[in-house]
Structure formats: structure tokens, C-alpha cells
Design a protein around this ligand. Structure first.
Ligand code: ZN
Length: 453
């Protein structure tokens, strides 16, 4: 069955809530998770009351440009907001303000994998829209009710859409994790998967072709939605690939549908069948004038971006780190930054990185300079040069004749006392093994030369 439909075709759509102070088109506080009670951060605009006029949040527009640039996108210098019409209780206006044909960012990419497995996942578009309210279904006084909270209504939301470039569940997971990292480096969202400030959807199908092109894409796709971890997404995608291969091999036609992940049964389950392609009747929002961006503005946003995880990872690998170590070090930006700043200050980058990873808990709190110093104290300037150590040993043997006599009389334990004396002269940096060996031979020689005298 695998032979008949060998190639999984996976594309992703990711929603990211921006952490601006206020909402997308009004002055309400953007803090749906921190609100004391439902429906407290609302006003006529985000409640969709007739006649209320939206005013775009400038910061949200800038941050969308910022994220699009971090994802290697081109920026549409002329952009606009469109109304996307559909009817649902969490959407009071009956339409969502989104972007249709002029997304803020387009044609970007993100690279995943290493070495020969390195591949480019193309990003079709990055656009800005508003989030909807949040529905919850509860039982109150024995009755099933649906409750709606508009604290999330009109929170700025960025949608990132990829091309169907992923060929396995593992690749989709890796893409999701990499994107998550870049969103956090860009500092525009909390990107909390559990709370839902970052939400993943994967479109999965399987193809009979081995090479996938624009012209031979499968005639259907199954949307995996409402999945709140990378692990579950990979499990769901793997399950779907298997399920679809078997169904198609039996000659079944797979409907265009939306499925979720049921962790209890370790299976995807049907949520909704899409009859026809939905007609959203997009048109430009007459309340929001088109946007025109200046080159200088885009250039200055680009300049303000920090180095991305790949830049740091390449630097660490060049210093001798393994791909795995570089991956761990670039998981959060503060750690990557710290290690990158300390690297030029240390003698051996590879040893430093391995030492850092072993002592990560205590190291992460230091400045780069303190970190380099601690490394030098513990590792870097350990004295192993025998020509240097022998001078300290000679001094200690000369100055501690009584102790040396005790040692010669068979009291082995006093050797550590002499080692301690040497370390005191060496400020603790002498190699203990070398010190012991040199002490023994020096005492031996000293004895013989005394006898000869
Ligand atoms: Zn509001």
C-alpha cells in the first residue's frame, strides 16, 4: 500500500497572536489569558456593534512585517485589509477583517534539517487579521450551554501559510518547532501552544507520484486542526498518512474534511466535512484605507531583527559543536546570545560549549565575561606544564622538611598535605595528578642527594 501512494504531501497554516498592548482595531487591552472575567476587555468595535469604526494598530502592522522578514519573505509595499464573510457565533460582525490578495509578507522560506537532509520549506504568505471570540461548551444546572467570551475578539493574529513542501510527519514537526523558535526570537508573540497564542494546522494528503510539482498535487486534502503540541501534530499526521494510504489503496475517494487528534484513541477523528469550497465573498474593507509602506521603514525593521537561530547554530558548529548541541543552545535566544558573546573570550570553543552544556543551570545566570572567567578558572588555565609545577614542588619540599621526613617514614597520608601546599602556590590551578607524581619523584631525588652530600 505504501508503494502505491509513497509520498506524503503536507502543508501548514499557523496562527500567532501578537502580544501588542492593545487589540487590532480598538484600544481594548490585548490580554485574553490574563483577564479577570469574560467580556471585560471589550468595546463597540470588538463587539461588532453597528457604526463602530476600526482603527488599525500600527505596532501590529510593524510586527507582522518583522515576522515576515524573519521568515525571509518579500514585503508587499502596498497592502490592505479585506472582509472575509462567514457566519459563526464567535464572529459578531458576520465577517472577519483579514487580508486577501495583498498579504503583508509573501514568498519566504524556512530551512529545516541538517547536512544532506537540509531542505527549504517555502512560505506562501504571512498576513494580518483579527482573532475571533472564544466559545466554550459547558453544562450549567444540568443544561448544555455555549458561552462566548469576547476578550479575544479582535486580538491581532498573524497567519502563516506554507507551500505543501513537507514530506513526512517528522518534517512537519521540525518545521513547527523551528517556526516557534523564530516567532520567539522575533519577540512579537508569547507563542504559547497550550494557551493557544500559537495554533497549528496541517493539511495532509498522499500522492502516487514520487516527485511533487504544482501540477500533480493530490485532488484533496485533510485538515488537521485544534492540535496543541508538536508531538500530537506529528502523531496525527503519521496516523493520517497511514489511514489515507490504506483508503486510497482500496480505491476510496477521500473527502475534503477537517479532523482533530484524539489522544485517548491515538487516532484522528472527523470534525467537519467541507461540502464545497467556502465562498467568503472577500472585498476590501471600506472602513480601512489601503496601507503603503516606505522602504526606509521596512529597512529599519529588518535592521532591528536579532540574529536568527540558524545564524547562531552555524557559529556554534563552526566553533566545533555538534548539530545537536547547537540545536539545544539555540532553543532560547538568551542562551544563544550568551554563548555567542562568550565564545571569542575563551581558548577552546568546542570544550567551552560542552562544558557550558554540562553546567547549563548555573551558567545561564552569568554575564558573558563572568562565564568566560569561570570556564578559565575551571578549565582554561589549568597548569599542566611540568617545568612550571616542579618549581612549586621544590619550594614546598624545601620548606616542609618535617612533613617530608614523615612521608619517608611511611606516612603516605601526608602527601595530600604537600599537594595542598603546592596548590596554594599555584592558586589551585595545578594539575593534581602531575603534582603528586612530581612530589614523589622530588622527595625521592631529594633523599638521594641528601645522602650523597
Ligand atoms: Zn475593543
Amino acid at each position: 500500500m505504501t508503494e502505491q501512494f509513497p509520498t506524503p504531501v503536507i502543508g501548514m497554516e499557523i496562527h500567532v497572536e501578537l502580544k501588542t498592548k492593545s487589540k487590532m482595531f480598538c484600544g481594548c487591552k490585548n490580554d485574553p489569558f490574563g483577564a479577570d472575567a469574560p467580556n471585560t476587555h471589550t468595546c463597540p468595535v470588538c463587539l461588532g456593534l453597528p457604526g463602530a469604526l476600526p482603527v488599525p494598530n500600527r505596532k501590529a502592522v510593524e510586527w507582522t512585517i518583522r515576522l515576515a522578514l524573519a521568515l525571509n519573505c518579500s514585503i508587499s509595499m502596498e497592502s490592505k485589509f479585506d472582509r472575509k464573510h462567514y457566519s459563526y457565533p464567535d464572529l459578531p460582525k458576520g465577517y472577519q477583517i483579514s487580508q486577501y490578495d495583498q498579504p503583508i509578507g509573501h514568498d519566504g522560506y524556512l530551512e529545516i534539517g541538517e547536512g544532506e537532509k537540509r531542505s527549504k520549506i517555502r512560505i506562501r504568505r504571512v498576513h494580518l487579521e483579527e482573532d475571533t471570540g472564544k466559545l466554550s461548551h459547558k453544562e450549567i444546572d444540568g443544561e448544555n450551554v455555549s458561552l462566548i467570551d469576547f476578550n479575544r475578539s479582535s486580538v491581532p493574529l498573524v497567519e502563516i501559510v506554507t507551500e505543501p513542501d513537507m514530506r513526512s510527519a517528522e518534517e512537519a514537526k521540525e518545521f513547527g518547532k523551528k517556526l516557534h523558535r523564530i516567532v520567539r526570537y522575533s519577540d512579537v508573540s508569547d507563542a504559547d501552544m497550550e494557551k493557544g497564542s500559537m495554533r497549528l494546522e496541517a493539511n495532509v494528503s498522499v500522492s502516487e507520484h514520487t516527485e511533487i510539482t504544482e501540477d500533480n498535487l493530490p485532488p484533496y486534502k485533510v485538515e488537521l486542526k485544534n492540535i496543541n503540541s508538536f508531538r500530537f501534530m506529528a502523531l496525527a499526521a503519521d496516523y493520517e498518512i497511514k489511514r489515507q494510504r490504506e483508503a486510497r489503496a482500496r480505491g476510496e475517494k477521500i473527502p475534503q474534511e477537517t479532523r482533530g487528534w484524539g489522544e485517548a484513541k491515538k487516532a484522528t477523528r472527523l470534525q467537519r466535512v467541507k461540502e464545497d469550497a467556502q465562498e467568503y465573498r472577500y472585498f476590501p474593507d471600506p472602513d480601512l484605507p489601503p496601507m503603503r509602506f516606505k522602504e526606509e521603514m521596512v529597512a529599519s525593521i529588518k535592521k532591528s531583527l536579532p540574529p536568527m537561530p540558524d545564524t547562531y547554530a552555524a557559529q556554534f558548529v563552526a566553533a566545533g559543536a555538534s548539530y545537536e548541541s547547537a540545536d539545544i543552545l539555540t532553543d532560547d535566544m538568551a542562551t544563544a546570545q550568551l554563548v555567542a558573546e562568550a565564545l571569542p573570550l575563551v581558548s577552546d570553543g568546542k570544550i567551552f560549549i560542552n562544558w557550558f552544556l554540562r553546567n547549563r543551570d548555573t551558567n545561564a545566570a552569568l554575564s558573558a565575561a563572568d562565564l568566560a572567567k569561570r570556564f578559565a578558572d575551571e578549565k582554561g588555565s589549568k597548569v599542566t606544564d611540568e617545568a612550571v609545577i616542579i618549581e612549586w614542588v621544590k619550594t614546598v619540599v624545601d620548606e616542609n622538611q618535617n612533613v617530608v621526613a614523615e612521608f619517608k617514614a611511611g606516612k603516605e597520608s601526608v602527601l595530600m598535605f604537600l599537594v595542598g601546599k603546592v596548590q596554594k602556590l599555584a592558586a589551585g590551578k595545578a594539575d593534581a595528578q602531575v603534582v603528586m607524581r612530581l612530589l614523589r619523584s622530588q622527595i625521592d631525588q631529594y633523599t638521594r642527594s641528601s645522602v650523597a652530600r
